[in-house]
Design a protein around this ligand. Structure first.
Ligand code: F1X
Length: 323
C-alpha cells in the first residue's frame, strides 16, 4: 500500500486572467477548481494508474468537505483527520502569460489532532510506502517529516520525501526510498544552478551517497536525472508537450515512478514513465488522465530512441578522436 500524508491540503482555484495589473480589477477568462496539496495529487495519480493508495492528512470546513467528496467520488481511499474549526486553504493559481501563485496559510492545527494523525501513521506496516510531501503549516514544527520518520524508524516502511531545503536534507539520515527535488531545489542545496539532467547528476549522486536510495531530479522541459538504488545513473527526456498548467506535474512524476517500480519495471522505464506522467499533467487542465499518460509514454519512446542514437554517435566520435 502506498500512503500519502498531506498536512496542508488545498482547494486549488486556477484562474486564467488575460492580463494581470496589480492595484486594478482583473477579470479571468475561465477558471477551474480542484483538490490540491502534493500528497493528495500523488494519491490521485496513483489511483488513476490503479495502484492502491490511501490519503492521510488534515482537513477542515467546507473546503475540506469538497476535497473529501471529490476524492471519494474518484475512488481514492481517504483517512483524513478533521479539524473542528477553520477551513482547508484555497490556493490561487493565476495562469496568465506567466503563472502567479498565492498559496493560503491553512487552518491552525491543535496538538490533539496531530496526535490523532500520528495514531493513523502508526498503523502503517512493513513493506508499505509513506509519501511525505508538501509544506508543513507554520503552526507545526518544520522538522515534522523528520519527527515522523524517527517515530516510524525500524519498521520496514519505505519513505518518499519531496520537500525543499533543510526538510529534504534532514530526511537523508533515514535513508529514504526516494527523494525528488527539482533542479532549482537541488541547486539551492549546493549553491549552483544546474539546468539539465546531466548537470544535476553529480549533485544527485551526492544525495544518494548521503543516504537517499533513489534520487530523481526533475528539470522541467529538459528531462530528469536518476541515481537509482542499484547505484547506476539514468536520464530521461521529456516528450513534446504544450504547457497548459504545471501544477501537480512533480507529484505526478513521484506517482509514476512509484507505480512503475511497484509493477517491476526497470529503473530506466520507471523514469521514462514518471516523465510521461509529469508531462501529461503539465499538458492537462487538471491532473493527467490515464489515456494522456499512455499517449505521452508512447511518444517518449521515439524521443529516447533519438537520444540514445545521439549518445552512441557522440561516444563513437570521442573514441575515434582518441585514436
Ligand atoms: O503550499 P505547498 O504545500 O508548498 O504547495 C501546495 C501546492 O501548491 O502544491 C501542489 C502542487 O503544485 C498544489 O496542488 C498545491 O496548491
Amino acid at each position: 500500500m502506498i500512503y500519502t500524508v498531506t498536512f496542508n491540503p488545498a482547494v486549488d482555484y486556477v484562474m486564467h486572467p488575460l492580463t494581470l495589473d496589480m492595484g486594478f480589477t482583473n477579470r479571468s477568462s475561465s477558471e477551474e477548481v480542484r483538490c490540491g496539496g502534493n500528497g493528495i495529487n500523488v494519491s490521485s495519480i496513483l489511483n488513476e494508474l490503479n495502484v492502491d493508495t490511501i490519503c492521510l492528512g488534515i482537513i477542515a470546513g467546507f473546503t475540506g468537505d469538497y476535497i473529501l467528496d471529490t476524492l471519494q467520488s474518484a475512488g481514492v481511499t481517504c483517512n483524513f483527520v478533521r479539524l473542528d474549526k477553520g477551513f482547508t486553504r484555497i490556493n490561487v493559481k493565476l495562469n496568465g502569460i506567466v503563472m502567479t501563485i498565492i498559496n493560503g496559510m491553512g487552518p491552525k492545527i491543535p496538538n490533539d489532532k496531530v496526535d490523532e494523525l500520528f495514531g493513523r501513521l502508526d498503523r502503517i506496516k512493513a513493506g508499505d510506502t509513506l509519501v511525505l510531501t508538501g509544506s508543513i503549516p507554520k503552526c507545526l514544527p518544520d522538522d515534522m517529516y523528520q519527527i515522523i520518520m524517527t517515530r516510524l524508524a525500524g519498521r520496514g516502511i519505505r519513505f518518499v520525501v519531496d520537500a525543499p531545503g533543510s526538510l529534504l536534507l534532514q530526511s537523508l539520515e533515514s535513508e529514504p526510498f526516494m527523494i525528488k527535488p527539482n533542479n532549482h531545489e537541488l541547486g539551492k542545496l549546493f549553491d549552483v544552478n544546474p539546468e539539465t539532467p546531466e548537470e544535476c547528476m553529480p549533485y544527485a549522486r551526492m544525495l544518494h551517497e548521503r543516504g537517499a536510495q533513489n534520487v530523481v531530479v526533475s528539470c522541467g522541459g529538459e528531462g530528469s536525472a536518476l541515481v537509482a538504488a542499484d547505484g547506476n545513473e539514468y536520464i530521461t527526456k521529456c516528450p513534446p508537450c504544450h504547457l497548459v498548467n504545471a501544477t501537480g506535474a512533480g507529484d505526478s512524476m513521484v506517482a509514476g515512478f512509484l507505480a512503475s517500480l511497484d509493477r517491476g519495471m526497470s529503473y530506466q522505464d520507471a523514469l521514462n514513465f514518471a516523465s510521461a506522467c509529469g508531462s501529461a499533467t503539465a499538458a492537462s487542465k487538471g491532473l493527467a488522465k490515464r489515456a494522456t499518460i499512455d499517449k505521452f509514454y508512447a511518444s517518449l519512446q521515439g524521443v529516447m530512441a533519438e537520444y540514445e542514437a545521439e549518445k552512441a554517435k557522440a561516444a563513437k566520435c570521442a573514441k575515434n578522436a582518441d585514436k
